[in-house]
Ligand binder design. Sequence first.
Ligand code: ADP
Length: 630
Amino acid sequence: MAKKQFKAESKRLLDLMVNSIYTHKEIFLREIISNASDACDKLSYKALTDDSVGMTRKDFHIDLSVSPDERTITVRDNGIGMDKEDLENNLGVIASSGSFKFKQEVGDDAKNTDVIGQFGVGFYSAFMVADKITVTTKKFGSDTAYQWQSSGVDGYTITECDKDSVGTDIVMHLKPDTDDENYGEYLQEWKLQDLIRRYSDYIRFPIRMEVTKSRKKEGSPDDKPEYESYREVETLNSMVPIWQRRKSSVKKEEYDKFYRDKFSDYTDPQSVIAVSAEGTVTYKALLFIPGATPFDFYSKDYEKGLQLYSNGVLIMDKCADLVPEYYRFIRGVVDSPDLSLNISRELLQHDRQLKVIAANIEKKIKAELVKMMKDDRPGYETFWKNFGRQLKYGVVGEYGAHKDALQDLLLFYSSTEKKLVSLDEYVSRMKEDQKTIYYAAGENVSVIDKLPQIEGLKDDGVEILYFTEEVDEFAAQIMHSYKDKEFRSALDGKSEEKSDEQKDADKPADESKAVFDFVKEALGDGVKEVKASDKLKSHPVCLSAGEGLSFEMEKYLNAVQPEHPVKADRILELNTAHPAFAALSKAVADDTATAKKYATLLYDQALLIAGLPLDDPSGYTDLVCELLMK
Ligand code: ADP
C-alpha cells in the first residue's frame, strides 16, 4: 500500500520532532492527553443536543496503559473519534490551529527547540519519544473505523480496521534507549503517574491507569503482617483544580498545602488572592504572597512569573508577562479558556487577552496590599520586611513610571512614632506650617537617630523619616513629592522651617565670615563651602551635601560602580554658638598654625559623623593626641 506523504510544513515539523534535542520530551504525554480530553469534550457537548449519543459527561474517560514487552504506551479515549477525512486533515498536516506560526519561528534551524519547549506542538510531539505511532479511531456516527500509522518522516498510511466502540486509541512505540536518552522510563508506572500529576492534573475527565498496589494479606497476623501486591485501576488526576472552586468552599489549610506543594515552599503563604473574572476575558487566578523571602529573591537566579493554564492544561510554567517587575514576589496560577494551548512565546507577549489579565491581576494585588496595610498592620509589616525593598525598587525603576501606583504602599521608620509609617500617615500628621516631608539617610535607625544635624528638628517635634536602605533616597528623589509635599533631606540643604527673620539672623557676622574663609582656605578644594549651620544645636560641626547627590547615594554608587566614582559636595557647617567655634575664632586671630589644625580636626570629625572615610586617619589621630598632651 502506497504511503502518503506529509505536507511540506508538517514534514519539517516532524523532522524537528524526530531529531529533537529538546530535554523536556516528556511533554508529549500532555499533548496526547489534551487531545483526548478535547475529543471527550466534543462528544459530551454533542450529547447535550443529540440523544443518540446516549452518554453524559461522567461517562467519559481517558485510559492509559503500557506494555513493557512491546515497548508501547497506549492512550485511549471514548471521545468523538475521527473518520478518514479527519485523519487526513488533522494528522496528515500540521495542526491548523492558526496560532502556531511554524515557519516564522522555527525557520531552517532544526535545533531551535524553544518552540517545543514552551508550548508543544500537539500530536507530532509524540515523535520525540516514539518511532512508530498507530492511531485506531472510530468517529461518532460512522460505521467504519480506521487505522493511521506512521514511523515519522517517510509518510503515513490509513487503512480500514475493526473497532467496536467510538473513540480513539493512540499507541506509541518508544524509540530504543541510547546513551543519552532513556525512553524506556516512560514505561514505568510511577513516571506516568508523575507526568500526569505534573502536566495534566486538572484535565476534567478521569485519566485512569491500572497500577500495582500493596496490601496486607488476608488472614496474616497483625503482629507479623504479610503483604501482597495487586492491580487496581486508579484515577491519576485530581480533575478539579483548586482555583476553579469557590473561595468560600476552600479551607485555608487547603490553600496553604496547595501553595507549599506547588511552589516548594516550607512557609505558608501570607495572603491568598482568588480571582474569578468574566467579561472581556474569562479567567480564574489564584495568587499568593509568600510568607518568607525566597533565598534567591534578590539574585538574578530568581525567575518571576505565574503558571499559565488553558482549561486546566499547563501551557507555561513561569509566564513573566503576567506580573509586573515590582510584584515579582507573587506566585500563583492563571487559567483561561480563552488562551490557545499551542500559542507561541512571541505571540503570547503580544496577546491582548494576556495583557488584560495582567492589568487585572496588578489591580488585585494592589488592592490586597492596601487592604492588608489597613486591616492587618502587623501582617503588612511582615510583608514589608520580606518584600518592601522590591516595591521601593519599583518606584525607582523605569524612571519612576510606576511611582503613583506604589507610593501608598511604602513604609519608613518615623523619628516621632518610633515605628514604620506610611507617607499618608506622615502627611496627615504634618503641622500646618510644615512645608516638606523630612527624611534623613544613614546606615541604620540608631546611627541616624544620633546625627547632630537633626537635633534641631527633633527638638521642634518635627517628624523625620529614617532612610536606611540604599534605594530610599533614590525613591524620594524620583517621587519628588507626595500629596504636594516635597521630600527634603534633613541633613542636606537648608532647613525650610525657619522664618525669614531667623534666616536673616543666620547671616554670618563679618568676624564669622573671616573664620569661614580661613577654614575654607585651610581645607582646600576638597570642601566646597564653609558656612554657619542652621541645623546644629549642641554639636560643633557637621557635613552636608548640596542638592542632588547625598553622601549615602555617593557611598552606594561607589560600592556598585567603583569604576565610575562619584563625589557629593562637601559643605562644612559650623555651629557658631558652640565654644569650639569661639576657640577656632580666637586661634584664627592669634595663631594661624593652630587654627589650621583645628580646622582639619573639625572637618575630620564631620567626615566621621557622616560615615565618610578620612583623607588621613593617622594624621587625625596625631592631632587628637597633640591636643590631649597640651
Ligand atoms: P491541536 O490539538 O492543537 O489542534 P494536534 O496536532 O494535537 O493539534 O491535533 C490535531 C487534530 O487532530 C486535533 O485538532 C483533533 O481534531 C485531532 N485529534 C488529535 N487527537 C485526537 C483524538 N484523540 N480524538 C479525536 N481527534 C483527535
